[in-house]
Ligand binder design. Structure first.
Ligand SMILES: *Cc1c(COP(=O)(O)O)cnc(C)c1O
Length: 368
């Protein structure tokens, strides 16, 4: 049974999207040139989806329209109070040309949880999945077919109401845009170096850490600059009790000598779908998995004693990334690297790209 079967909004009639074709859509030659080397998050497809929400009218006016600037009242609440949430999910082209996405029901549910925390309306999961399908249908040619390439889909929702009083907005917009993405690591997966943020945290108890909201990212930018200044690729955050949280855009997993995978669990961590899937694949292989608080001391001592044999980060954009170093103000720990992270990465991407049987029914076809 897939989670979609138990979705409370199952049975909702699909939305009727009004489709306006982009008359200035790029031609095949220009598109192919972009798809040859798309990078990440710089090129966008020819269309976007939007659905309006108002307190009185609920979800209405579903549209597929030409990609382009959004017109906003300068008093729109999102610009002042940051009432905004988003998702990140990919569409993969299989060898037979078909297009699939991965566990979209999970992203739809997470968008609902984020909405609840940010006092935004909950988009029914079936509308969420339909919105991805509608966009991919018109922009199918933008799903690249190169190795490790994908179409990155970015659904987002924000407070549109022009009102400077502080309360949940009564007018909200939901959009989906899409951006072709190249292989995250050119020339093979490279271990990353991690800077320990000792002065800044990304979330607090009861805060918005578990929601996918722009404010958490805004709070991570200064510590991320600190990481760059210290020649590190990424930053890792601790909670108030000194427990390891996550990287700000990726979850973290520790592999113990006995094969157990341990991942931090707390109310202020964003629950990654990549992490959940990787851990499920590990369970399928017979590994034990634990979600519990992990202190910085447990990490550092575990590496020093050899009890921790691998550390990796995971998220949709980079999939799985081994961690090669942990650096703080007063220490530098080389991290042990093994083969489990990369082997789980391969198994997951094989499923996503249709090279291996999808035994968990995680894939959802978008172009049919
Ligand atoms: C999106 C995100 C992740 C990774 O989630 P996936 O579903 O695996 O992409 C991890 N941490 C934060 C803060 C995120 O926003």
């Amino acid at each position: 049974m897939t989670l979609l079967d138990t979705d409370p909004d199952q049975g909702l009639a699909p939305l009727e999207f009004a489709v306006t074709r982009n008359l200035a859509a790029r031609g095949a030659a220009e598109r192919e040139q972009i798809l040859e080397n798309p990078g990440f998050g710089t090129a966008f497809t020819d269309h976007m989806v939007d659905i309006c929400w108002s307190m009185r009218g609920g979800w209405h006016r579903p549209r597929v329209q030409p990609y382009g600037p959004i017109s906003l009242d300068p008093a729109a609440a999102v610009l002042h109070y940051g009432q905004e949430i988003f998702e990140g999910i990919k569409a993969y082209r299989h060898a037979d040309g078909s297009i699939h996405t991965f566990r979209p029901d999970q992203n739809g549910r997470r968008l609902q949880r984020s909405a609840r925390r940010l006092a935004l309306p909950e988009l029914p999961v079936s509308y969420f999945v339909q919105s991805l399908r509608e966009l991919v249908k018109v922009d199918a040619a933008w799903v690249p077919s190169g190795a490790d390439q994908s179409l990155y889909l970015r659904p987002f929702m924000f407070a549109k109401e022009a009102f400077l009083g502080v309360r949940p907005a009564q007018k909200v917009a939901y959009y989906v845009i899409a951006s072709p993405a190249g292989a995250y690591f050119k020339g093979g997966v490279q271990p990353v170096s991690i800077w320990l943020s000792e002065d800044y945290s990304r979330a607090g108890k009861g805060g918005t850490g578990a929601a996918k909201t722009g404010g958490n990212y805004a709070a991570s930018l200064l510590p991320q600059s600190e990481a760059y200044e210290n020649e590190c690729d990424q930053v890792v955050f601790l909670d108030q009790d000194g427990n390891v949280e996550e990287l700000g855009g990726m979850n973290i997993v520790f592999v113990k000598k006995d094969g157990t995978l341990v991942t931090p669990q707390s109310d202020s961590i964003l629950e990654g779908i990549t992490r959940d899937s990787i851990l499920q694949l590990a369970v399928d292989r017979g590994h034990k998995v634990e979600g519990r608080p992990v202190s910085l001391a447990e990490w550092r001592d575990g590496v020093a004693s050899g009890d921790i044999v691998e550390v990796f980060a995971c998220g949709t954009a980079a999939v799985v990334t081994p961690i090669g170093q942990l650096k703080g103000k007063n220490f530098f720990d080389e991290q042990p690297t093994g083969s489990l992270a990369l082997s789980l990465r391969e198994e997951l991407t094989d499923i996503q790209y249709g090279r291996r049987e999808d035994t968990h029914n995680w894939l959802v076809r978008l172009d049919a």
